[in-house]
Design a protein around this ligand. Structure first.
Ligand code: UGA
Length: 438
């Protein structure tokens, strides 16, 4: 099959590489020239090493290429995946202009092309969008009928940044939403080599599955944070509590890690969009509002631990380790590092920050604080440090680095360091949902 992927972001490139690996010919189309050039030279526009390695192989073998010419790419392909972004607007509603523009372009290209093509929406859109926005635009632009002259499916994506390739090749499930049999059959056939459970639904249900999934993941995290916030005030280690809670198969162990809150381009955006849609429908989504409220206070929990140790923060030098929204990525969208640093500055602290990969992106958000060129330099002379993202390299910090601090105090904002190793290295360990219980 010839596959076209519109949008050379995380989802688009992971989808493109995945179908390239399955021996299809792939064209990635994007209006951003820099991205297109990067892809054609085998480079990703973001940090995701395993995906980049496979991309490079496919580009070299000629089975994946990128172009700015969207209409040409659609004309050349049998199946077109719309993978453009749907960013959050201040109200929480998603901005579907990129989806509309992609749909118009695809519509125009369908008009010029012969034969049956399948259009698949992979972008995260609120329930009803594929049917009431994408379909009419495709039909108007092409002068053809969906379900008859061309196919239409909705196929949400469940990959995590940092494991994009693995999650695309071995997804937990494949959801195929469609309004007609032929479209669904083509997409199910395309996914045949992928041995994951497949769920066939209508378009709106497929859209809702994506939101319901991310809302549940966000709920698990905010639940863990709430339990952790109570535990720390009782002098109980929340990690022990949540580990035991997660052993119940009805609950499960993953996404029960307390921390400074969830960030990234998806969980916050999707929960806000679902909340906004529910409100439009006259329903007040109390759980969604509350989990977002818990998320917004989590950075303060880290600041509170620092204050408890240092007294006030005015004039205190605080090292912030990890600026990405999680370890292993260079993405700073909705990173909790931003509210964390702002609160520290608001309390008069002097902040020095470091991240192995996301520093350039974070500097654009916050150009005025001090940045260090390594974790060791960041710690040097600090009154305390707070770890905001779970980069594996922070686990290697030891006596040498901690002894350069004015006060060797480590606040683990992601509960991923080993408290014993930190203590053995001569520093005081404080964890979110744990405090300093020794
Ligand atoms: C998330 C979902 O996990 C994916 O399933 C989904 O496909 C994706 O959004 C999407 O909609 O595209 P991702 O944005 O890569 O993936 O981020 P996660 O790994 O889910 O982490 C989100 C945030 O939650 C991070 O800030 C992380 O530190 C935090 N988190 C995660 C916790 O605080 N505790 C946990 O137990 C897990």
């Amino acid at each position: 099959m010839r596959i076209c992927v519109l949008g050379a972001g995380y989802v688009g490139l992971a989808t493109g590489v995945m179908f390239g690996e399955l021996c299809h010919e792939v064209i990635c189309a994007d209006i951003d020239r820099t991205r297109v050039r990067a892809v054609n030279s085998g480079r990703l526009p973001f940090y995701e090493p395993p995906l980049e390695r496979e991309l490079r192989k496919l580009v070299r073998s000629g089975s994946l290429k990128a172009t700015e010419d969207v209409e040409w790419a659609v004309g050349e392909s049998d199946i077109i995946f719309i993978c453009v972004q749907t960013p959050s607007m201040p109200s929480g509603r998603i901005d579907i202009r990129p989806v509309k523009s992609a749909s118009r372009n695809v519509g125009r290209a369908l008009k010029k092309s012969q034969g049956y093509k399948l259009v698949v929406v992979k972008s995260t859109v609120v329930p009803g969008t594929t049917d009431s926005v994408v379909k009419p635009l495709l039909e108007a632009g092409s002068n053809k009928k969906a379900g008859k002259d061309f196919g239409l499916c909705m196929n949400p994506e469940f990959l995590q940044e940092g494991s994009a390739l693995k999650d695309s090749i071995e997804p937990s499930r494949i959801v195929v939403g469609s309004g007609d049999e032929r479209s669904a059959k083509i997409l199910l056939d395309l996914y045949k080599p992928v041995k994951s459970p497949k769920i066939r639904t209508d378009l709106r249900t497929a859209e809702m599955i994506k939101y319901a999934s991310n809302a549940f993941l966000a709920t698990k995290i905010s639940y863990s944070n709430e339990i952790a916030n109570i535990c720390v005030r009782l002098g109980i280690d929340s990690q022990k509590v949540l580990e035991a809670v997660g052993m119940d198969p009805r609950i499960g162990p993953r996404f029960l890690k307390p921390g400074l809150g969830f960030g990234g381009s998806c969980l916050p955006k999707d929960v806000k969009a679902l909340k906004d849609r529910a409100k439009q429908l006259g329903y007040n989504p109390r759980l969604l509002s509350t989990l977002l409220a818990i998320n917004s206070i989590q950075p303060s929990e880290g600041v509170r631990l620092l204050e408890m140790e240092l007294g006030g923060l005015s004039g205190k030098k605080i090292a912030v380790l990890g600026l990405a929204f999680k370890g292993g990525v260079d993405d700073v969208r909705e990173t909790r590092a931003l509210p964390l640093v702002m609160e520290l500055l608001g309390k008069g602290a002097v902040v020095t920050a470091f991240d192995p990969m996301a520093m350039a992106n974070f500097i654009r958000l916050m150009p005025t604080i001090r940045y260090a060129s390594s974790a060791a330099e960041c710690l040097n002379g600090a009154d305390a440090c707070i770890v905001q993202a779970d980069w594996p390299e922070f686990k290697k910090l030891g006596r040498k680095e901690f002894s350069s601090m004015k006060h060797p105090i480590v606040v683990d904002g992601r509960r991923f360091l080993d408290p014993e190793s930190v203590r053995r290295a001569g520093a005081k360990y404080l964890g979110i949902g744990f405090g300093s219980a020794e």
